[in-house]
Design a protein around this ligand. Structure first.
Ligand code: CMP
Length: 140
């Protein structure tokens, strides 16, 4: 298995409920390292660009409104098989379908306010990491 990097975002529903530290403990207990992290307020343009792949979906407008409703915490996670491992740690997109012990089962409110985002493939991870972080912000 290769050491990979993936992009995580702790979403506004979770920052609003002061869950950043609790979510980070799920990440670290799974053996993933948080090698970069910042707390920011997305602009509408940034949220539309980040989720551009979903722009034809019926929920796109609501998703963008939600992602700019409060601060988010983008972070780079590193570890063996990090992309698939983080998707396991997050649980299913809809918390109603998430396994016990996952972040979304334990903290998400609904399919939109689902507390975290994680990249789905190496190509998207590279693009999403570069969206939020410059090389000088990544210390390893
Ligand atoms: P995420 O993994 O960040 O990728 C796209 C996001 O769109 C997803 O998490 C949810 O926040 C949101 N989403 C996906 N499906 C729906 C849906 N059916 N209704 C509302 N929001 C959704």
């Amino acid at each position: 298995m290769a050491v990979e990097r993936t992009l995580s975002i702790i979403k506004p529903d979770a920052t609003d409920r002061n869950l950043t530290g609790k979510i980070n403990s799920y990440i670290e207990e799974a053996g993933l390292r948080i090698i970069a992290q910042k707390r920011i307020q997305l602009t509408r343009g940034q949220a539309e660009a980040f989720y551009g792949v979903h722009k034809e979906r019926s929920f796109f407008g609501e998703l963008v409104d939600f992602m700019i409703s409060g601060p988010v915490v983008p972070q780079i996670l590193e570890g063996e098989n990090a992309i698939a491992k983080y998707r396991e740690v997050m649980g299913a997109t809809n918390p109603a379908n998430a396994d016990d012990g996952t972040i979304r089962k334990d903290f998400a409110i609904d399919v939109q306010s689902n507390s975290v985002h994680g990249s789905d493939a190496p190509e998207t991870a590279a693009v999403e990491i570069a969206f939020f972080f410059s090389e000088t912000e990544i210390t390893g």
